[in-house]
Write a protein that binds this ligand. Structure first.
Ligand SMILES: NC(=O)c1ccc[n+]([C@@H]2O[C@H](COP(=O)([O-])OP(=O)(O)OC[C@H]3O[C@@H](n4cnc5c(N)ncnc54)[C@H](OP(=O)(O)O)[C@@H]3O)[C@@H](O)[C@H]2O)c1
Length: 327
């Protein structure tokens, strides 16, 4: 009886069932594809120290949980101490590692960057992995405390200064690694050397792309300068991830598009999935002897042609040095 009614239902709704199954399998396959690769390294980090910028949320927080689970002392360098302290409690709980500390860092202030670097130089015996993860995307035309365009200032200049200030400690701790979290958005980027703060023609996307291209060029030039020191450098695109990064875009989305946007958010990478390439670059043994490359989904990837321009990388280095006041 039951069998007959099931069969009758299937016959009557054959098309709808077929379409639902097709869409379901398609969405499942798409979600699997979006999830990307997972870092399979079992490397332990007992006795090592890691510093991660912007680790109170998003992929920075997931990276911190993973590296703390591997035994590292993890320093969360964040601008909002309330959020950072709450994240630290969660990271200690999830990793079972109590050696997770919070330090203040506002990348939109060169003074704050210098203060953190001084604190680390004076109080940390070693620094094995520096992860320049913090980022801001598509914000309005804002400037940093020092008058730089906000996205270039935070995403590139703040990390440029922090890294340079910590190089001696990284060299002393070699073999050590620097990981710069860039983005696929670098492919649309260009470095506007004659208007670096985009004063003449600001665009939120244009500025983000410039800053993410700067991350790749910085990685390239830094790797060249660090040859033979035992400090290696990597940059990466983490994927498209459900984090707070789109906070400045949300207000500009038409209200009728928001449900669609929310649905898309369900299909993209989770923060844990988004952290995998950063973790891979930070710990995977296979990368020990490579430096200066760009990664995506736990594998090397060719960056855009403008990200391989060595003259531009050197010019950006010189410009950044003079902007942040480095000798
Ligand atoms: N999500 C994606 O789809 C995606 C794609 C490609 C690349 N990325 C890159 O991945 C990195 C991490 O982004 P996410 O997706 O995890 O974004 P998120 O959830 O918004 O996290 C960004 C982190 O950066 C911090 N930050 C922002 N401005 C700062 C400042 N002035 N000083 C110090 N910290 C600051 C934030 O602190 P607050 O919480 O205090 O704001 C937060 O901790 C970024 O570099 C981003 O460009 C992300």
């Amino acid at each position: 009886m039951m069998e007959n009614s099931l069969k009758q239902f299937a016959d009557e709704h054959a098309t709808a069932i077929g379409v639902t199954a097709f869409v379901g399998i398609g969405l499942y396959a798409f979600r699997k594809w979006m999830a990307g690769a997972v870092c399979r390294s079992r490397a332990k980090l007992d006795g090592k120290t890691v510093l991660i910028t912007g680790a109170n949320t998003g992929i920075g927080k997931e990276t911190a949980v993973d590296l703390a689970t591997r035994g590292a002392r993890v320093i969360l360098a964040c601008r909002d101490m309330g959020r950072a302290n709450r994240a630290a409690v969660e990271i200690r709980q999830r990793s079972g590692n109590g050696n997770v500390v919070v330090k203040k860092l506002d990348l939109a202030s060169l003074q704050s960057v210098r203060d953190l670097a001084k604190d680390i130089q004076e109080n940390e015996e070693r620094l094995d992995i520096l992860i320049n993860n913090a980022g801001i995307m598509w914000c309005p035309k804002w400037t940093t405390e020092d008058g730089f365009e906000m996205q270039f200032g935070v995403n590139h200049l703040g990390h440029f200064l922090l890294t340079n200030c910590l190089l001696d400690l990284l060299k002393k701790s070699a073999p050590s690694r620097i990981v710069n979290v860039s983005s696929l958005a670098h492919e649309r980027g260009q470095i506007y050397f004659d208007d670096i703060n985009l004063e003449r023609d600001y665009g939120p996307r244009k500025s983000y792309a410039q800053s993410k291209l700067a991350n790749v060029l910085f990685t390239r030039e830094l790797a060249t300068r660090l040859k033979g020191t035992g400090v290696t450098v990597y940059c990466l695109h983490p994927g498209v991830i459900r984090t707070e990064l789109s906070r400045h875009a949300w207000g500009r989305i038409y209200f009728w598009m928001k449900p669609l946007f929310a649905m898309v958010m369900m299909l993209i990478k989770s923060p844990w999935e988004g952290a995998q390439t950063t973790i891979f670059c930070a710990v995977d043994e296979s990368l020990q002897n490579t430096s200066g490359l760009y990664y995506s989904d736990c594998a090397p990837k060719e960056p855009a042609p403008q990200a391989k321009d060595e003259a531009a990388a050197r010019r950006l280095w010189d410009l950044s040095e003079s902007m942040v006041g480095l000798d």
